[in-house]
Design a protein around this ligand. Structure first.
Ligand code: LIP
Length: 259
């Protein structure tokens, strides 16, 4: 099947509907005193809300798109019978959520034979919906989005993030120290999905991060690309993936600066 065989607008609306419902669940529990379990390190947290959100998303996808595959951050895995697979981060920005910092989202992307075709990121902390469908543009609460017009890296506000393991963070800290004098400033929002939506909206001029997962970026990369940004993912020698998104005018300069 090719993207022209599917209604990407319909897939976008499914992602929007489900992301909003999961986001409402997350927002409704934001003031609970949650216990966090550790994943890859003591600081890599997962909560019952992450799991509840993923369970809701998986059940709604099973109802609305029964033959499709699913890959979720918290363990959901279903092989596709249709060529379509949904890539789900049920709560991106878990640490922010735990600390009551207003930057956490639900990210739901749809891929057809591995190619992104639709996606939605619901900022559950602010009730803002970002979405995109292949060839149909990117939107924020239904209004078209376009990325920044920045023309020089030294004027760029660049988002990034860091891993959870101390040795990884030491290396990432050195890289961001090298980048800092060459850009306007750095922002560390704590949600890759919201970083990518910020690039799409022009609230960031660029974003890069090593070590994020497909579920962190599946929807946000398409949203950024449909808003006019260039996007790039490469697996590096250490096995970690580098993700970059920026407007065409500074993309090559940012990529060269972070590689
Ligand atoms: C988060 C990413 C963020 C990264 C954090 C964390 P999570 O995802 O969205 O970009 O810097 O370390 O991985 O764990 O909140 O779903």
């Amino acid at each position: 099947m090719s993207p022209s065989d599917v209604d990407t607008g319909e897939l976008r609306e499914i992602a929007v509907t489900i992301a909003r419902l999961a986001g409402e669940l997350i927002a409704s529990r934001a003031h609970e005193h949650l216990r966090a379990d550790a994943k890859t390190s003591p600081t890599d947290a997962v909560t019952d809300v992450d799991r509840a959100s993923e369970a809701l998303i998986v059940s709604l996808l099973a109802e609305m798109r029964p033959g499709d595959g699913v890959l979720g951050e918290e363990g959901a895995h279903k092989v596709s019978e249709t060529g379509l697979r949904w890539i789900v981060d049920p709560l991106d920005g878990t640490v922010n959520y735990l600390y009551g910092i207003g930057a956490y989202a639900v990210s739901i992307g749809a891929e057809l034979d591995g190619k992104p075709v639709a996606g939605a990121v619901f900022d559950a902390s602010r009730g803002i919906m970002y979405d995109a469908a292949l060839g149909l543009g990117a939107r924020r609460d239904g209004a078209p989005l376009g990325c920044s017009g920045v023309q020089a890296l030294e004027m760029a506000l660049v988002g990034t993030g860091f891993g959870y393991r101390a040795e990884t963070r030491a290396a990432q800290g050195k890289r961001v120290a090298d980048l800092l004098p060459n850009v306007r400033d750095i922002r560390r929002i704590g949600s890759a999905a919201l970083d990518l939506c910020a690039v799409a909206a022009g609230s960031l001029d660029g974003y890069y991060e090593r070590g994020i997962h497909p579920w962190d970026r599946a929807a946000g990369l398409l949203i950024a690309a449909e808003a006019g940004a260039r996007t790039f993912v490469i697996r590096e020698a250490d096995g970690r993936e580098l993700t970059v998104a920026a407007p065409p005018a500074i993309f090559e300069a940012l990529l060269a600066a972070v590689r």
